[in-house]
Design a protein around this ligand. Structure first.
Ligand SMILES: C/C(=C\CNc1ncnc2c1ncn2[C@@H]1O[C@H](COP(=O)(O)O)[C@@H](O)[C@H]1O)CO
Length: 177
């Protein structure tokens, strides 16, 4: 499978880097392809290094301005003119999306993917891998939207939450059937 991962571009402590490294290992050992922002910055680098070490493929999608910052060991680096095209390419090249801990960039990416899914413009699985409760607030906000009629389809059809790397990968399985 081609698995798009959104995650922080910052270096984070073990609480956050260890689950990312473990997810990367599972992804690589499973023979999957990582589709990601194409950089070695922070958690994105931990992820890419882990997938590569475990034998997986790397497809990075970068904006042209940051071409010189592209991950050196990527199997493929795709250049886009701007951030909007970059997000479109990331989704287009993926069979499923996994969201690890991140900041505003990650939030922007997952929100766009969910908005497109809400409008039935794709039906790819979107799984949040959260081992620490980092996304409790986001989850509770989404559940409130669901409960109070702000969503046109059940939240569970739009996004699922996994508490471990293995669970996250298992939740992606329908995409490969
Ligand atoms: C140029 C520098 C670092 C490179 N930065 C990025 N490279 C590629 N993709 C990025 C970068 N920063 C953000 N992204 C995308 O957004 C998500 C992370 O953003 P967050 O705000 O840290 O959550 C990530 O999924 C990327 O797709 C500095 O020298």
């Amino acid at each position: 499978m081609n698995i798009c991962v959104f995650c922080s571009a910052y270096s984070l402590d073990e609480r956050y880097s260890a689950p990312a490294a473990e997810f990367a290992r599972l992804l690589g050992h499973g023979g999957h392809t990582l589709v990601w922002g194409g950089s070695n910055a922070g958690l994105m680098g931990v992820l890419a290094d882990g997938v590569k070490e475990a034998g997986g493929r790397l497809v990075g999608v970068l904006v042209e301005l940051l071409a010189h910052k592209g991950y050196q060991g990527a199997d493929e680096l795709v250049m886009t003119r701007d951030l909007a095209e970059r997000k479109a390419q990331l989704l287009m090249r993926a069979d499923a999306v996994v969201v690890l801990v991140g900041g505003l960039g990650t939030l922007d990416e997952v929100t766009e993917v969910l908005e497109l899914k809400k409008h039935a413009l794709h039906d790819k699985p979107v799984v949040v891998l959260d081992t620490t409760g980092f996304y409790d607030g986001l989850r509770s906000q989404l559940e409130r939207m669901d409960a109070e009629g702000f969503l046109p389809r059940p939240l569970a059809e739009l996004i699922t939450f996994a508490g471990s790397p293995a669970e996250a990968l298992a939740l992606l399985a329908p995409a490969s059937e």
